[in-house]
Write a protein that binds this ligand. Structure first.
Ligand code: BJW
Ligand code: ZN
Length: 292
């Protein structure tokens, strides 16, 4: 029988096979978590920027979430791209350079290792909000990149999505993107920015990233929702849980009767709704949690 600890029961629960091991309050007991993990048949791991922090990639809402004088969220909008595609491309050129130099850390690797070991007997899905590609580089296979990928472009006219690992992505961006706040404005002419490879199109390309106010890709969202709707265990790793729709996923799973375990260096607004909370850098906590 599945025990609901914190979230009030409002809808039919999933039938799950967890032993009756949990107290009626949030737990940080790793051995209890490991029992739950062992019994789980469908696991979702939902990650955010915190999992890549130990690879040297700044989080969004931490102190490193600025580029020049801009908060990242001010540049990650369709309006910012319309106003200055040059500035936004410089920002993404910088982010591509940082991500390509970064390496997957112990947290990414622990997830990929667990997937490789148990992926044939359990359904394991990694849903990441990150665009840095590090889960894939660590070896995660059943991976949903909810907010896109820094190394993909999308045509603003024909919508073709292409993987592009070139550095720089176009000549005009060579030596650009310095994060120093004293760097003057950006003035690359639009025709020198990346353009569609199709002869019949040749329109301006944009990063294939979901910006604020934009809808997530329908199929990507469907896949994520399907995994969330049937999982019996959800790990929420390194996310502030404030950006929707991802912020709804773990509470939805918990509401349905799935067990949710959060791994973060500090509590988030969602922490009280979850069954387990493991405080600390996930490069340290995940390898312990996911080992036999
Ligand atoms: C560690 C650690 C370590 C550190 N170990 N932990 C409903 C209500 C209100 C608003 C909305 C709503 N539905 C939609 C919205 C609007 C908006 C939204 O959610 N706004 C909120 C801010 C309120 N959502 C959208 O616009 C989405 N679109 C959408 O829903 O369309 C329909 C719609 C639109 C408008 C209205 C209504 C409906 C699209 C969201 C796309 C998000 N895109 C971004 C930018 C990508 C660009 C880029 O990368 O260049 O994605 S925003 C940014 O936030 C990025 C991230 O993926 C995302 C989540 O952030 P994340 O990963 O949680 O990072 P941080 O920095 O916030 O947190 C890091 C955490 O790690 C912290 O907790 C640390 O403690 C922890 N940590 N080191 C473990 N070592
Ligand atoms: Zn095109």
């Amino acid at each position: 029988m599945c025990i609901r600890l914190i979230t009030p029961i409002s809808r039919p629960t999933v039938i799950c096979s967890f032993p009756r091991i949990m107290a009626l309050r949030q737990s940080s007991d790793m051995s209890k978590f490991k029992e739950v993990l062992k019994s789980a048949k469908e696991i979702v791991i939902l990650s955010g920027a915190g999992i890549s922090a130990e690879s040297g990639i700044p989080t969004f809402r931490g102190a490193g979430g600025f580029w020049r004088k801009f908060q990242a969220s001010a540049l990650a909008t369709p309006g910012a791209f319309k106003t200055s595609p040059s500035l936004v491309w410089e920002f993404y050129h910088y982010r591509r350079e940082v991500a390509s130099k970064a390496e997957p850390n112990a947290g990414h690797k622990a997830i990929a290792k667990y997937e490789a070991k148990y992926g044939k007997i359990k359904k394991i899905t990694v849903i990441t909000q990150n665009v840095d590609g590090l889960h894939g580089r660590a070896g995660s296979k059943n991976l949903i990149e909810l907010h896109g990928n820094l190394f993909k472009t999308r045509c603003t006219k024909c919508n073709e999505v292409v993987t592009n690992l070139n550095n720089p992505i176009c000549e005009a961006l060579a030596g650009r993107g310095a994060p120093d706040e004293n760097v003057a404005g950006s003035d690359i002419p639009e025709q020198a920015l990346p353009h569609c490879r199709r002869h019949s199109c040749r329109a301006l390309l944009r990063p294939h990233i979901v910006w604020f106010g934009e809808n997530l890709d329908y199929e990507v969202l469907q896949r994520a929702e399907a995994a969330i709707s049937t999982c019996d265990l959800c790990l929420v790793v390194g996310t502030s849980s404030i950006v929707y729709p991802a912020a709804m996923f773990a509470p939805q799973a918990a509401d349905r009767g799935a067990i949710v375990a959060e791994f973060n260096i500090e509590p988030t607004p969602a922490t009280p709704n979850f069954h387990f909370y493991f405080q600390g850098p996930c490069g340290t906590t995940l390898p312990v949690a996911l080992s036999d």
